[in-house]
Design a protein around this ligand. Structure first.
Ligand SMILES: Cc1cc2nc3c(=O)[nH]c(=O)nc-3n(C[C@H](O)[C@H](O)[C@H](O)COP(=O)(O)OP(=O)(O)OC[C@H]3O[C@@H](n4cnc5c(N)ncnc54)[C@H](O)[C@@H]3O)c2cc1C
Length: 464
């Protein structure tokens, strides 16, 4: 690798600021040091905690197996950084190259990494959201509070939204022996992420495990008692449920508000960047010194028609952070693209679910191994005659195989003869995704339009 003069100087004495001190921020910082950056490194995070892992919050903390403060991310190496924790970045001045902080201070940088991730979408009515007994799950503090309440054995938990987080919360409640109702606007759990065919299997799983699952239902109001404790939920079918805990699992919102007015191409869908993780400005021009990684980023991917992908995937946050960090300290020809094939896992109701690719792009789905009836299978999604994604229930060993099929645009339906074929043969059926225009908790991987420089797209900043 050739390192030119300015790059060598920057590596030795440049100033890097990372905003968002969690998974993507930490892995980027480690990569910077690993690849020889010896300049000043500042980590800014609005949470009071050092970087911790979120997947165990729903899978272990809510089961009482791990304390909420026990999911710190393992450190790959020392990063010798100045940590500014418990203080949010509130603004960005691109001309002066300064980040404004909530405590009134400012931090200057030569290169900036934006890794501010997402937050839980709150319940839309503040007075109801403030009732004692209403929870969201995104942070370790959220998990600590919810775990404590579940340990007090509420009579019934209501989970609002049956995406991955809602379904995992419901699973944890059942494992703790708690009565749980799940209310889902769509026709089945996980339907936005995996489509109706798989959603029907997810619904079976929930009901077999004793969940009172109510689909095509919305919660119209949460009602409290005079002391401000949640006591009842009203549903769109006119019924009411007595509940003392409600978990709002309506998906995530990208943390981009602090970038309003900065001139970056940032909005509700995230911060747009090129495949090298460099942020676009509002005109669709790529910036030189501002990089993006993790859940807050949206970047184009050639495998998926160069559409911009917004991902909420652990593995993507790590891979994109590593690429962003590498590119931050590399000269043009040595930079590399972030072309990670989306991959996600979930554990719920005793089943290990994995997906690869972009399932919501799938027009059809075909079970290729195992059987839906046994809840142990692999299935491929097809788009315009090629494999675009795959999902497995307790059949994870097929996921790598399908990753390779997606990368090579292999034909759909899959043309290989494999073991463990489903009894009736491989028969594609419509994947049955709901209309993406309908409001829902949303899948964890979404196509979010074309390049911001494409005139068909109107950019919507967080504040006009
Ligand atoms: C309960 C749960 C279960 C999950 N399970 C899975 C799973 O099974 N598989 C999977 O692939 N993924 C899973 N995920 C998703 C995975 O955790 C995320 O993809 C990952 O955390 C993304 O990392 P990130 O660093 O980009 O963002 P985040 O983890 O969201 O971190 C962003 C950080 O930036 C901070 N921040 C935000 N705004 C500011 C600001 N203005 N100033 C300073 N700091 C700011 C945030 O508070 C946060 O600490 C799960 C997530 C949750 C919540």
């Amino acid at each position: 690798m050739s390192v030119d003069g300015p790059t060598r100087t920057f590596r030795r004495q440049g100033r890097v600021v990372v905003v968002g001190a969690s998974l993507a921020g930490l892995r980027a910082a480690e990569t910077l040091r690993e690849e020889g950056f010896t300049g000043a490194l500042t980590m800014i995070g609005d949470e009071p905690h050092g970087p911790y892992d979120r997947p165990p919050l729903s899978k272990q903390v809510l089961l009482g197996k791990t304390p909420a403060d026990g999911t710190a991310l393992p450190r790959r190496r020392a990063i010798d950084a100045e940590w500014r924790l418990g203080v949010a970045a509130t603004g960005l001045d691109l001309t002066e190259k300064r980040v404004r902080l909530a405590d009134g201070q400012e931090v200057g940088f030569d290169r900036l990494l934006i890794a501010t991730g997402t937050r839980a979408r709150p319940w839309p009515r503040d007075a109801e959201a403030d009732l004692d007994g209403v929870f969201v799950l995104r942070t370790s503090d959220d998990a600590a509070r919810l775990d404590q309440r579940l340990a007090a054995r509420p009579r019934r938990v209501l989970v609002i939204g049956a995406g991955f987080t809602g379904s995992e919360v419901a699973s944890a409640c059942r494992e703790r022996g708690l009565e749980v109702t799940v209310a889902e606007r769509g026709p089945a759990p996980l339907v936005g992420a995996l489509g109706g065919v798989i959603g029907a299997i997810a619904a079976e799983l929930q009901r077999e495990h004793g969940v009172d699952l109510r689909c095509c239902i919305t919660v119209t109001a949460l009602e409290g008692d005079p002391a401000g404790r949640l006591r009842r939920a009203h549903l769109s079918d006119g019924t009411a449920l007595d509940v003392d805990v409600a978990v709002i699992a309506l998906g995530a919102m990208r943390n981009t508000e602090w970038l309003a007015g900065s001139g970056l191409g940032a909005g509700p869908r995230g911060v747009a960047c090129d495949a090298g993780c460099r942020a676009f400005d509002v005109h669709g021009i790529v910036t030189d010194d501002i990089f993006v990684a993790g859940d807050v980023a949206r970047s184009p991917h050639p495998l998926f028609g160069y559409q911009f992908l917004s991902l909420e995937h652990w593995g993507n946050a790590v891979a994109q952070a590593e690429t962003a960090a590498h590119n931050m300290i590399s000269a043009g020809p040595d930079r590399r693209p972030h072309l990670w094939v989306p991959a996600f896992w979930s554990a719920q109701f005793g089943v290990n679910i994995k997906s690869v690719g972009v399932p919501p792009m799938g027009e059809e789905i075909a079970v290729t191994q195992g059987s839906l009836a046994e809840h142990r299978f692999a299935a491929a999604y097809g788009f315009q005659g090629r494999v675009i994604a795959a999902v497995s229930f307790d059949h994870a060993r097929w996921i790598d195989f399908y990753r390779e099929r997606i990368e090579s645009a292999a034909p759909f339906p899959p043309d290989f003869t494999g073991v463990d074929r489903p009894p009736g043969g491989v028969r594609p059926v419509p994947a049955d995704f709901p209309d993406p225009a309908l409001p829902t908790h949303g899948p964890t991987v979404t196509l979010s339009g074309y390049s911001p420089s494409d005139r068909r797209v109107t950019f919507t900043p967080a504040r006009a």
